[in-house]
Design a protein around this ligand. Structure first.
Ligand code: MUC
Ligand code: MG
Length: 385
């Protein structure tokens, strides 16, 4: 039995190393909701709920995630045995509809606690347990400038940090975007896999032309070219285009995964723990994809260390992960909020092996970047996205 002890939920704002230009927002900082749960024995678990660009990516914002946890989820946790994660999250689901990001943050904290209590990593509590210790990690080239992106890609290859690059497009006219991708494929394509993410910004007609042109310039994968709720159009594109279509925003948990798989609407799934509604749900999405012969990719909401490690524990349980992952979120931030930074190298990330998530905060830094900090910060915090 693990009775509820205490909850602390707060927003942390950390600047990005450069503007991150996406179709729907330009990020100058990342805002992460951190939840710290403690049980009556004093065992702590941490979780993270993070989105991109306020409300421009999805239906939950940092502020709504915090509010859903504090106002509606914590009162449920107060009535539960926190050691029973499945039963606790089922009770949360009965009381709170939707709010996948908030639920994912809480489930992460419960799993961290459980892993610490049992002395095993979170990956051993998911599916059949861990099958890999390192994950290939892509980097997103999204400075908004082709020359700068090429230089950044060259640097990443030289440092052996990334050899998979995702380009954010969809903001400019299709031929301009394809010219940008073509230039990067020409410069880096013989040493790296080049993929794009349109973040739903094309119409079906634009996607038809755009995907064909992208295939011709050497692009390997096109992520969410059109609206994620238009599964019929995704199926038409996926069936007709040579370049694989990856579902991202379309995937909101196991039910949407089943619909997309049944419709033949994607060749690849971008798995995201928050969008799926938690770590267990993301593993279910992966199982549906794998059973349907859909390739798997470990996606990110550009989470910081906690969400990134939580995702890594899930992706480490997947026997097939043909497209690698993009778990680079902490590297996009100017500061690391962990005592020991995550171990990136050799084009991959090492999945922590300690109990629970296997990470510990640098409490001073965390205190400095808290939005509700009372003391003056030692670190500069840039304006929001
Ligand atoms: C998305 O839409 O996939 C992932 C990498 C990145 O740069 O943005 C995210 C969100
Ligand atoms: Mg995406």
């Amino acid at each position: 039995m693990a009775a509820f002890g205490h909850a602390d939920t707060f927003i942390v704002d950390v600047p990005t190393i450069r503007p991150h230009v996406l179709a729907m927002a330009t990020m100058y900082a990342q805002s992460m909701v951190i939840v710290r749960l403690t049980d009556a024995d004093g065992i702590e678990g941490v979780g993270e709920g993070t989105t991109i660009g306020g409300l421009s990516y999805g239906e939950e914002s940092p502020e709504s995630i915090k509010s859903a946890i504090d106002t509606y989820i914590v009162p449920v946790l107060e009535t539960c045995d926190l050691a029973q994660i499945g039963a606790t999250m089922a009770k949360v689901a009965r009381c709170v509809r939707g709010n996948h990001f908030a639920k994912c943050a809480v489930e992460t904290a419960l799993l961290d606690m459980a892993g610490k209590r049992l002395g095993i990593p979170v990956s051993e509590l998911i599916g059949g347990g861990r099958v890999r210790d390192r994950l290939a990690v892509a980097w997103t080239l999204a400075s908004g400038d082709t020359g700068r992106d090429i230089a950044e890609g060259e640097e990443m290859l030289d440092r052996r940090r990334h050899d998979i690059f995702k380009l954010k497009i969809g903001k400019r006219a299709v031929p301009d975007d394809v010219a940008h991708v073509g230039a990067i494929c020409k410069a880096l394509g013989d040493r790296a896999s080049i993929r794009v993410d349109v973040n739903q910004n094309w119409s079906e007609a634009q996607a038809k032309i755009g995907m064909a042109m992208l295939y011709d310039v050497g692009c390997d994968l096109v992520e969410q070219p059109i609206a994620g709720d238009d599964i019929a159009a995704m199926a038409r594109l996926s069936g007709a285009q040579a370049v694989p279509l990856m579902a991202d925003e379309a995937l909101r948990g196991p039910r949407t995964a089943l619909r997309i798989a049944s419709a033949g609407a994607a060749g690849v799934f971008a798995l995201k723990i928050a969008q799926s509604g938690g770590l267990f749900a993301a593993a279910e999405v992966a199982a549906i994809g794998a059973a349907a012969g859909i390739g798997l990719y470990g996606g990110t909401m550009l989470e910081g260390a906690v969400g990134t490690v939580a995702s890594a524990h899930v992706f480490a349980t997947l026997p097939e992960l043909a497209w690698g992952t993009e778990l680079f979120g902490p590297l996009l931030q100017t500061e690391d909020i962990l005592r020991e930074p995550l171990a990136y190298g050799d084009f991959s990330l090492a999945v922590p092996t300690g109990p629970g998530l296997g990470i510990a905060f640098d409490e001073d830094k965390l205190a400095c970047f808290r939005r509700d900090r009372t003391a003056p910060t030692l670190y500069p915090v840039a304006a929001g996205a």
